[in-house]
Design a protein around this ligand. Structure first.
Ligand code: BDR
Ligand code: CA
Length: 305
């Protein structure tokens, strides 16, 4: 263990861009991934579990992991399309029984650490809301939550809501109101992280593992109609680049809450932008990205491994 590294726990729903983020963090010499937990999201939780286990195997990632929630807090809110999308097509990992579950796993990992740990969230916030509710003392052990989720401006699932928040708005609301400091890497910056054909070729050129990552990115994103010609966004990677080089982004602090009742705004992250507002500014929102610096940092990590 290296005490100079940034210690993180990742909650994720792989997902091609989740894979890209996890591998970026694992390849970086400045990050120590203490563990990984899964949540439904990009696809059914069964496929998320398979993708996670086989990715950890294939990329030789020495990271402990546990499986989490397969549906949102409000069981009627089945926002995700349960489909065969995002199947990584890696060699099958021998299936294993989940003995602990994500909430217990996260609690234990936080307790094991003496210093505070950063929680990186790349999917719906179901596991995290359960953790903070069941074990409120864990809040004091979390440095901050760096999340891919939400949008100040336009959503993607609906015009108001971003996917990760829309999948479980009740959970997201609890997390935003938990008192834990939040950094929100939302669509305002993440939708600019387009990888084009020449970027993917460059990454493949770095080696066998990088080639496999590119195969995953291409295969899974094509199921959403994304192509290297149009550009493939790697949303979740923003969280990791922010940890490593925060100056890649501009940010502003706001009081952010989540709409759970709106007829057309359910899942919207609403920032209080009134200049005279006295509401507690609970969230650092990433508002702008320097895409050249982002790509330089991302490629440097990919090249070094
Ligand atoms: C988010 O939704 C998922 O599809 C991606 O993995 C990312 O976390 C983008 O809205
Ligand atoms: Ca994700």
């Amino acid at each position: 263990m290296d005490f100079g590294k940034i210690k993180i726990l990742i909650d994720t729903d792989p997902g091609y861009d989740d894979a890209a983020a996890i591998i970026t963090a694992a390849f970086s010499s400045n990050i120590d991934i203490l563990g990984l937990t899964t949540v439904f999201g990009n696809t059914s939780h069964d496929i998320v579990k398979k993708n996670t286990a086989s990715m950890i195997d294939y990329f030789n990632l020495d990271i402990p992991y546990a499986f989490g929630e397969k549906e949102p807090l409000n069981k009627n809110n089945i926002a995700t399309e349960v489909s065969e999308k995002d199947v990584f097509n890696l060699p099958e990992h021998e299936s294993r029984e989940d003995v602990k579950g994500a909430v217990e796993f996260l609690k234990e990992k936080l307790e094991e650490e003496r210093g505070k740990v950063t929680l990186v969230t790349l999917g719906p916030l179901t596991n995290i809301s359960k953790l903070l509710k069941q074990y409120p003392k864990c809040k004091t052990m979390i440095d901050r939550i760096v999340m891919m989720g939400g949008a100040l401006n336009t959503g993607n699932v609906t015009s108001a809501a971003e996917f990760n928040i829309y999948c479980d708005p009740e959970a997201a609301k609890e997390v935003f109101n938990s008192g834990v400091e939040i950094v929100m890497a939302g669509l305002d910056v993440t939708r600019e992280t387009m990888l084009y054909g020449y970027d993917l070729e460059k990454i493949s050129g770095f080696g066998e593992k990088q080639t496999k990552l590119v195969e995953i990115i291409k295969a899974c994103s094509s199921k959403y109609g994304l192509t290297p010609e149009k550009g493939i966004p790697v949303h979740d990677v923003c969280t990791i680049i922010y940890l490593l080089e925060p100056e890649v982004f501009e940010s502003e602090k706001f009081s952010v809450d989540v709409e759970t009742k709106g007829e057309i705004t359910r899942g919207m992250t609403l920032a209080d932008r009134r200049p005279f507002s006295t509401a507690v500014k609970n969230t650092t929102v990433l508002t702008k990205i320097n895409i050249n610096k982002f790509m330089r940092c991302f490629f440097e990590i990919m090249a070094k491994y």
